[in-house]
Design a protein around this ligand. Structure first.
Ligand code: B12
Ligand code: SF4
Ligand code: SF4
Length: 308
Protein backbone atom coordinates (compact mmCIF):
# COMPACT_ATOMS: atom_id res chain seq x y z
CA UNK A 1 0.00 0.00 0.00
CA UNK A 2 1.25 3.49 -0.78
CA UNK A 3 1.90 5.55 2.32
CA UNK A 4 2.47 9.28 2.32
CA UNK A 5 3.63 10.96 5.51
CA UNK A 6 2.31 14.47 5.94
CA UNK A 7 1.85 17.02 8.71
CA UNK A 8 4.07 17.94 11.66
CA UNK A 9 7.35 16.07 12.27
CA UNK A 10 5.99 14.13 15.23
CA UNK A 11 2.98 12.96 13.20
CA UNK A 12 3.64 9.31 12.42
CA UNK A 13 0.15 8.50 11.17
CA UNK A 14 0.65 9.33 7.51
CA UNK A 15 -1.92 9.17 4.76
CA UNK A 16 -2.61 6.11 2.64
CA UNK A 17 -3.78 6.31 -0.92
CA UNK A 18 -4.73 4.27 -3.96
CA UNK A 19 -5.57 5.14 -7.55
CA UNK A 20 -8.30 3.90 -9.86
CA UNK A 21 -8.79 4.62 -13.55
CA UNK A 22 -11.70 6.90 -14.39
CA UNK A 23 -12.97 4.06 -16.61
CA UNK A 24 -14.44 2.40 -13.49
CA UNK A 25 -16.69 5.33 -12.63
CA UNK A 26 -19.68 3.77 -14.42
CA UNK A 27 -19.06 0.42 -12.63
CA UNK A 28 -19.26 2.16 -9.26
CA UNK A 29 -22.56 3.74 -10.27
CA UNK A 30 -23.86 0.45 -11.64
CA UNK A 31 -23.01 -1.37 -8.39
CA UNK A 32 -25.01 1.07 -6.26
CA UNK A 33 -27.91 1.20 -8.73
CA UNK A 34 -28.06 -2.59 -8.83
CA UNK A 35 -28.45 -2.70 -5.02
CA UNK A 36 -31.34 -0.26 -5.47
CA UNK A 37 -32.96 -2.36 -8.21
CA UNK A 38 -32.68 -5.41 -5.95
CA UNK A 39 -34.59 -3.50 -3.23
CA UNK A 40 -31.68 -3.48 -0.75
CA UNK A 41 -32.15 0.20 0.19
CA UNK A 42 -34.93 1.81 2.16
CA UNK A 43 -36.43 4.13 -0.52
CA UNK A 44 -36.42 7.44 1.47
CA UNK A 45 -32.81 6.67 2.49
CA UNK A 46 -31.84 6.09 -1.16
CA UNK A 47 -33.45 9.37 -2.25
CA UNK A 48 -31.51 11.21 0.47
CA UNK A 49 -28.30 9.41 -0.53
CA UNK A 50 -28.67 11.01 -3.96
CA UNK A 51 -28.09 14.41 -2.35
CA UNK A 52 -24.87 13.21 -0.69
CA UNK A 53 -23.10 11.30 -3.42
CA UNK A 54 -22.74 11.85 -7.17
CA UNK A 55 -21.20 9.88 -10.04
CA UNK A 56 -20.89 12.87 -12.39
CA UNK A 57 -17.51 14.12 -13.56
CA UNK A 58 -16.88 17.60 -12.15
CA UNK A 59 -17.52 20.25 -14.86
CA UNK A 60 -14.20 21.92 -14.00
CA UNK A 61 -12.33 18.65 -14.74
CA UNK A 62 -14.06 16.93 -17.68
CA UNK A 63 -10.71 15.38 -18.71
CA UNK A 64 -10.16 13.57 -15.36
CA UNK A 65 -8.18 10.35 -15.83
CA UNK A 66 -7.82 9.12 -12.30
CA UNK A 67 -9.72 8.81 -9.02
CA UNK A 68 -7.47 9.06 -5.97
CA UNK A 69 -8.79 7.70 -2.71
CA UNK A 70 -7.06 8.71 0.50
CA UNK A 71 -7.35 7.47 4.07
CA UNK A 72 -5.99 9.33 7.05
CA UNK A 73 -5.91 7.60 10.46
CA UNK A 74 -7.87 9.61 13.02
CA UNK A 75 -8.57 9.15 16.75
CA UNK A 76 -11.92 9.65 18.45
CA UNK A 77 -12.35 12.92 20.36
CA UNK A 78 -12.99 13.21 24.04
CA UNK A 79 -14.89 16.18 25.44
CA UNK A 80 -15.69 16.72 29.08
CA UNK A 81 -19.00 18.28 30.09
CA UNK A 82 -19.66 19.67 33.57
CA UNK A 83 -23.16 18.82 34.75
CA UNK A 84 -24.67 18.82 38.25
CA UNK A 85 -21.17 19.39 39.71
CA UNK A 86 -19.56 16.44 37.91
CA UNK A 87 -17.24 16.24 34.90
CA UNK A 88 -18.72 13.79 32.43
CA UNK A 89 -16.45 12.43 29.68
CA UNK A 90 -18.16 12.15 26.30
CA UNK A 91 -17.01 10.89 22.90
CA UNK A 92 -17.07 12.07 19.30
CA UNK A 93 -16.22 9.11 17.01
CA UNK A 94 -13.34 9.21 14.50
CA UNK A 95 -14.17 10.88 11.19
CA UNK A 96 -16.07 13.96 12.35
CA UNK A 97 -13.36 16.49 13.18
CA UNK A 98 -10.74 18.45 11.27
CA UNK A 99 -12.25 17.69 7.86
CA UNK A 100 -10.74 20.71 6.11
CA UNK A 101 -7.27 20.07 7.59
CA UNK A 102 -7.40 16.48 6.48
CA UNK A 103 -8.39 17.42 2.92
CA UNK A 104 -5.63 19.98 2.59
CA UNK A 105 -3.03 17.59 4.02
CA UNK A 106 -4.11 14.91 1.56
CA UNK A 107 -3.93 17.39 -1.33
CA UNK A 108 -0.49 18.65 -0.31
CA UNK A 109 0.74 15.06 -0.13
CA UNK A 110 -0.71 14.16 -3.54
CA UNK A 111 0.78 17.29 -5.09
CA UNK A 112 4.19 16.30 -3.75
CA UNK A 113 3.95 12.71 -4.77
CA UNK A 114 2.44 12.71 -8.24
CA UNK A 115 5.05 13.86 -10.76
CA UNK A 116 5.77 15.61 -13.03
CA UNK A 117 2.65 17.68 -12.26
CA UNK A 118 1.31 20.02 -11.27
CA UNK A 119 -2.00 18.24 -11.75
CA UNK A 120 -5.48 19.42 -10.94
CA UNK A 121 -7.54 17.83 -8.15
CA UNK A 122 -11.26 18.18 -7.49
CA UNK A 123 -12.91 16.64 -4.45
CA UNK A 124 -15.15 13.71 -5.37
CA UNK A 125 -18.59 13.06 -3.84
CA UNK A 126 -18.43 9.34 -4.58
CA UNK A 127 -19.46 6.50 -2.20
CA UNK A 128 -16.13 6.49 -0.39
CA UNK A 129 -16.29 3.13 1.38
CA UNK A 130 -17.11 1.29 -1.80
CA UNK A 131 -14.48 3.22 -3.74
CA UNK A 132 -11.79 2.58 -1.10
CA UNK A 133 -12.73 -1.13 -0.85
CA UNK A 134 -12.65 -1.41 -4.66
CA UNK A 135 -9.12 0.03 -4.65
CA UNK A 136 -7.94 -2.47 -2.03
CA UNK A 137 -7.11 0.33 0.43
CA UNK A 138 -9.59 -1.00 3.02
CA UNK A 139 -11.79 -4.04 3.72
CA UNK A 140 -15.43 -4.06 4.77
CA UNK A 141 -16.50 -5.33 8.15
CA UNK A 142 -19.91 -6.93 8.70
CA UNK A 143 -20.93 -3.60 10.28
CA UNK A 144 -20.45 -2.02 6.79
CA UNK A 145 -17.62 0.16 8.14
CA UNK A 146 -14.25 -0.09 6.39
CA UNK A 147 -11.00 -1.08 8.01
CA UNK A 148 -7.48 0.11 7.31
CA UNK A 149 -4.57 -2.18 8.26
CA UNK A 150 -3.18 -1.24 11.73
CA UNK A 151 -5.74 1.52 12.34
CA UNK A 152 -8.96 -0.49 12.10
CA UNK A 153 -11.98 1.74 11.54
CA UNK A 154 -10.22 4.78 13.05
CA UNK A 155 -9.59 6.66 9.83
CA UNK A 156 -11.21 9.21 7.56
CA UNK A 157 -11.71 8.70 3.83
CA UNK A 158 -11.64 11.32 1.11
CA UNK A 159 -11.27 11.18 -2.69
CA UNK A 160 -10.30 13.40 -5.61
CA UNK A 161 -10.72 13.38 -9.37
CA UNK A 162 -7.48 14.30 -11.10
CA UNK A 163 -6.04 14.81 -14.56
CA UNK A 164 -2.90 12.93 -13.39
CA UNK A 165 -2.39 9.81 -15.53
CA UNK A 166 -3.46 6.57 -13.87
CA UNK A 167 -0.11 4.78 -13.97
CA UNK A 168 -1.39 1.86 -11.86
CA UNK A 169 -5.08 0.97 -11.91
CA UNK A 170 -5.75 -0.70 -8.54
CA UNK A 171 -9.43 -1.64 -9.15
CA UNK A 172 -10.21 -5.02 -7.58
CA UNK A 173 -12.89 -7.15 -5.95
CA UNK A 174 -14.30 -5.91 -2.64
CA UNK A 175 -13.03 -7.90 0.34
CA UNK A 176 -14.55 -8.60 3.73
CA UNK A 177 -12.47 -8.86 6.94
CA UNK A 178 -11.63 -12.56 7.32
CA UNK A 179 -12.50 -12.38 11.05
CA UNK A 180 -16.16 -11.59 10.31
CA UNK A 181 -16.76 -15.28 9.58
CA UNK A 182 -18.18 -16.65 12.79
CA UNK A 183 -18.22 -13.27 14.58
CA UNK A 184 -21.33 -11.26 15.35
CA UNK A 185 -19.96 -8.89 18.01
CA UNK A 186 -20.97 -5.73 16.12
CA UNK A 187 -24.44 -7.06 15.39
CA UNK A 188 -25.01 -7.86 19.09
CA UNK A 189 -23.63 -4.47 20.16
CA UNK A 190 -25.82 -2.42 17.80
CA UNK A 191 -28.53 -0.75 19.91
CA UNK A 192 -31.03 -0.28 17.05
CA UNK A 193 -30.84 -3.50 15.02
CA UNK A 194 -29.23 -1.71 12.06
CA UNK A 195 -26.84 -4.57 11.33
CA UNK A 196 -29.04 -7.21 9.83
CA UNK A 197 -28.64 -10.97 10.15
CA UNK A 198 -27.77 -12.83 6.94
CA UNK A 199 -27.22 -9.83 4.64
CA UNK A 200 -24.25 -7.59 4.17
CA UNK A 201 -26.05 -4.33 3.47
CA UNK A 202 -26.91 -2.62 6.77
CA UNK A 203 -30.33 -1.08 7.45
CA UNK A 204 -29.04 2.48 7.28
CA UNK A 205 -32.44 3.96 8.12
CA UNK A 206 -32.23 2.32 11.59
CA UNK A 207 -28.68 3.43 12.37
CA UNK A 208 -28.50 5.81 15.33
CA UNK A 209 -26.12 7.97 13.32
CA UNK A 210 -28.77 8.48 10.65
CA UNK A 211 -30.98 9.91 13.41
CA UNK A 212 -28.53 11.94 15.47
CA UNK A 213 -26.67 13.63 12.59
CA UNK A 214 -29.88 15.43 11.65
CA UNK A 215 -30.69 18.98 12.62
CA UNK A 216 -31.67 19.07 16.28
CA UNK A 217 -35.17 20.36 15.52
CA UNK A 218 -36.03 16.69 14.81
CA UNK A 219 -36.69 14.65 17.96
CA UNK A 220 -35.66 10.99 18.14
CA UNK A 221 -38.37 8.51 17.09
CA UNK A 222 -40.12 6.70 19.93
CA UNK A 223 -38.70 3.29 18.98
CA UNK A 224 -35.16 4.41 19.92
CA UNK A 225 -34.31 3.06 23.38
CA UNK A 226 -33.01 6.03 25.43
CA UNK A 227 -30.06 3.90 26.60
CA UNK A 228 -28.89 3.61 22.96
CA UNK A 229 -27.26 7.06 22.99
CA UNK A 230 -23.52 6.81 23.58
CA UNK A 231 -21.75 9.61 21.68
CA UNK A 232 -22.21 13.34 21.11
CA UNK A 233 -22.82 12.59 17.46
CA UNK A 234 -22.75 9.23 15.67
CA UNK A 235 -22.41 6.02 17.65
CA UNK A 236 -19.42 3.95 18.76
CA UNK A 237 -21.07 0.65 19.67
CA UNK A 238 -20.23 -1.46 16.59
CA UNK A 239 -16.70 -0.04 16.40
CA UNK A 240 -15.96 -0.57 20.11
CA UNK A 241 -17.11 -4.18 19.96
CA UNK A 242 -14.94 -5.10 16.98
CA UNK A 243 -11.76 -7.11 17.65
CA UNK A 244 -10.06 -5.38 14.69
CA UNK A 245 -10.12 -2.16 16.71
CA UNK A 246 -8.43 -3.57 19.81
CA UNK A 247 -5.23 -1.54 19.29
CA UNK A 248 -6.99 1.77 18.61
CA UNK A 249 -10.13 1.63 20.70
CA UNK A 250 -8.61 3.90 23.39
CA UNK A 251 -6.91 6.22 20.88
CA UNK A 252 -8.47 9.55 21.66
CA UNK A 253 -7.69 13.25 21.34
CA UNK A 254 -8.67 15.46 24.28
CA UNK A 255 -10.62 18.49 23.01
CA UNK A 256 -11.26 20.29 26.29
CA UNK A 257 -14.32 20.85 28.39
CA UNK A 258 -17.59 22.72 28.68
CA UNK A 259 -18.38 24.52 31.94
CA UNK A 260 -21.67 23.97 33.81
CA UNK A 261 -22.79 27.36 32.53
CA UNK A 262 -22.03 26.49 28.91
CA UNK A 263 -23.75 23.12 29.27
CA UNK A 264 -26.88 24.75 30.71
CA UNK A 265 -26.87 27.34 27.97
CA UNK A 266 -26.68 24.65 25.30
CA UNK A 267 -29.47 22.64 26.86
CA UNK A 268 -31.76 25.60 27.53
CA UNK A 269 -32.16 26.50 23.85
CA UNK A 270 -32.35 30.14 25.03
CA UNK A 271 -29.27 31.64 23.44
CA UNK A 272 -28.57 35.19 22.38
CA UNK A 273 -26.64 35.89 19.19
CA UNK A 274 -23.57 36.73 21.30
CA UNK A 275 -23.80 33.40 23.20
CA UNK A 276 -24.17 31.52 19.94
CA UNK A 277 -21.10 33.15 18.42
CA UNK A 278 -18.79 32.33 21.31
CA UNK A 279 -20.20 28.80 21.72
CA UNK A 280 -19.82 28.14 18.01
CA UNK A 281 -16.14 29.07 18.08
CA UNK A 282 -15.55 26.86 21.09
CA UNK A 283 -17.51 23.89 19.70
CA UNK A 284 -15.79 24.14 16.32
CA UNK A 285 -12.41 23.79 18.02
CA UNK A 286 -13.82 20.69 19.73
CA UNK A 287 -14.97 19.23 16.41
CA UNK A 288 -18.67 19.79 17.19
CA UNK A 289 -21.48 21.65 15.50
CA UNK A 290 -24.10 23.70 17.30
CA UNK A 291 -26.87 22.65 14.90
CA UNK A 292 -26.96 18.97 15.91
CA UNK A 293 -25.20 18.74 19.20
CA UNK A 294 -27.57 20.11 21.92
CA UNK A 295 -30.31 17.49 21.28
CA UNK A 296 -27.73 14.66 21.43
CA UNK A 297 -26.20 16.07 24.61
CA UNK A 298 -29.64 16.26 26.22
CA UNK A 299 -30.30 12.60 25.31
CA UNK A 300 -26.98 11.52 26.84
CA UNK A 301 -27.47 13.47 30.07
CA UNK A 302 -31.09 12.31 30.48
CA UNK A 303 -29.92 8.76 29.98
CA UNK A 304 -27.28 9.23 32.68
CA UNK A 305 -29.76 10.80 35.12
CA UNK A 306 -32.19 7.92 34.48
CA UNK A 307 -29.67 5.18 35.27
CA UNK A 308 -28.35 6.70 38.53
C1 B12 B 1 -24.93 8.10 3.91
C2 B12 B 1 -23.80 7.86 4.89
C3 B12 B 1 -24.13 7.31 6.12
C4 B12 B 1 -25.52 6.82 6.45
C5 B12 B 1 -25.75 5.45 5.81
C6 B12 B 1 -24.57 4.51 5.79
C7 B12 B 1 -24.69 3.49 4.67
N1 B12 B 1 -24.57 2.23 5.00
O1 B12 B 1 -24.87 3.81 3.52
C8 B12 B 1 -25.48 6.78 8.00
C9 B12 B 1 -25.98 8.11 8.52
C10 B12 B 1 -26.27 5.66 8.65
C11 B12 B 1 -23.99 6.67 8.24
C12 B12 B 1 -23.45 6.16 9.39
C13 B12 B 1 -22.10 6.10 9.65
N2 B12 B 1 -21.12 6.62 8.89
CO1 B12 B 1 -21.41 7.37 7.15
N3 B12 B 1 -21.51 8.06 5.43
C14 B12 B 1 -22.48 8.18 4.57
C15 B12 B 1 -21.98 8.73 3.23
C16 B12 B 1 -22.37 10.22 3.12
C17 B12 B 1 -22.45 7.94 2.01
C18 B12 B 1 -22.37 6.40 2.20
C19 B12 B 1 -22.83 5.64 0.99
O2 B12 B 1 -22.43 5.95 -0.11
N4 B12 B 1 -23.67 4.67 1.15
C20 B12 B 1 -24.13 3.90 0.01
C21 B12 B 1 -23.75 2.47 0.07
C22 B12 B 1 -24.05 1.91 -1.31
O3 B12 B 1 -22.39 2.26 0.27
P1 B12 B 1 -21.84 1.29 1.43
O4 B12 B 1 -22.36 1.67 2.71
O5 B12 B 1 -20.37 1.28 1.32
O6 B12 B 1 -22.51 -0.16 1.06
C23 B12 B 1 -21.78 -1.20 0.53
C24 B12 B 1 -21.71 -2.45 1.37
O7 B12 B 1 -22.94 -2.75 1.91
C25 B12 B 1 -21.19 -3.36 0.29
N5 B12 B 1 -21.60 -4.70 0.27
C26 B12 B 1 -22.80 -5.16 -0.06
N6 B12 B 1 -22.79 -6.48 -0.02
C27 B12 B 1 -21.54 -6.88 0.32
C28 B12 B 1 -21.01 -8.14 0.52
C29 B12 B 1 -19.66 -8.27 0.91
C30 B12 B 1 -19.10 -9.61 1.16
C31 B12 B 1 -18.89 -7.13 1.09
C32 B12 B 1 -17.49 -7.28 1.53
C33 B12 B 1 -19.45 -5.83 0.89
C34 B12 B 1 -20.78 -5.75 0.51
O8 B12 B 1 -21.70 -2.89 -0.95
C35 B12 B 1 -22.39 -1.70 -0.76
C36 B12 B 1 -22.15 -0.85 -1.95
O9 B12 B 1 -22.14 -1.59 -3.09
C37 B12 B 1 -20.42 8.55 3.41
C38 B12 B 1 -19.56 9.63 2.74
C39 B12 B 1 -19.32 9.25 1.31
N7 B12 B 1 -19.37 10.19 0.42
O10 B12 B 1 -19.10 8.08 1.01
C40 B12 B 1 -20.22 8.50 4.93
C41 B12 B 1 -19.17 7.52 5.47
C42 B12 B 1 -19.35 6.21 4.75
N8 B12 B 1 -19.57 7.35 6.85
C43 B12 B 1 -18.58 7.22 7.64
C44 B12 B 1 -18.70 7.02 9.03
C45 B12 B 1 -17.49 7.29 9.89
C46 B12 B 1 -19.93 6.61 9.57
C47 B12 B 1 -20.17 6.13 11.01
C48 B12 B 1 -19.09 5.19 11.53
C49 B12 B 1 -20.34 7.36 11.91
C50 B12 B 1 -20.32 7.01 13.40
N9 B12 B 1 -21.29 6.39 13.90
O11 B12 B 1 -19.41 7.27 14.06
C51 B12 B 1 -21.53 5.41 10.87
C52 B12 B 1 -21.35 3.94 10.58
C53 B12 B 1 -22.62 3.20 10.42
C54 B12 B 1 -22.38 1.89 9.74
N10 B12 B 1 -22.39 0.80 10.50
O12 B12 B 1 -22.16 1.86 8.54
C55 B12 B 1 -17.24 7.26 6.90
C56 B12 B 1 -16.66 5.85 6.70
C57 B12 B 1 -15.59 5.51 7.70
C58 B12 B 1 -15.12 4.09 7.56
N11 B12 B 1 -14.11 3.78 8.34
O13 B12 B 1 -15.59 3.28 6.80
C59 B12 B 1 -17.66 7.96 5.57
C60 B12 B 1 -16.85 7.55 4.35
C61 B12 B 1 -17.50 9.48 5.82
C62 B12 B 1 -16.01 9.88 5.83
N12 B12 B 1 -15.58 10.70 4.91
O14 B12 B 1 -15.25 9.48 6.65
N13 B12 B 1 -23.29 7.11 7.17
S1 SF4 C 1 -17.26 -7.14 15.15
FE1 SF4 C 1 -16.80 -9.12 14.16
S2 SF4 C 1 -18.36 -9.30 12.54
FE2 SF4 C 1 -18.34 -7.15 13.17
S3 SF4 C 1 -16.93 -6.14 11.75
FE3 SF4 C 1 -15.72 -6.72 13.54
S4 SF4 C 1 -14.89 -8.77 13.05
FE4 SF4 C 1 -16.55 -8.36 11.59
S1 SF4 D 1 -23.17 3.07 14.31
FE1 SF4 D 1 -24.37 2.35 16.10
S2 SF4 D 1 -26.51 2.25 15.38
FE2 SF4 D 1 -25.18 2.41 13.56
S3 SF4 D 1 -24.81 0.29 12.94
FE3 SF4 D 1 -23.11 0.83 14.32
S4 SF4 D 1 -23.82 0.22 16.37
FE4 SF4 D 1 -25.62 0.24 15.02
Amino acid sequence: MDEIRVGPKNDNRGCFFRMISIEHLHELREEVEEHHRQGRFDEPFYQELGTKISFELPPELPDAQTILVVSRPQPSLSVSVRWHGEDIPLTVPPGYADVEDMDSQALAALNNLLRPGPYRYVKARLPLRLLAARSGLVRYGRNNITYLPRFGSFHRLTAFFSDAPCHEDQWQEVEQLPGCDGCDACQRACPTGAIAEGQFMMRAERCLTQLNERDDSEPFPEWVDPSAHNALVGCMRCQRACPYNKNVVYWSSDRGSLSEEETSLLLSGRRTREDVRSLEVKLKSMGLSLSIFPRNLAALLENRDRTR
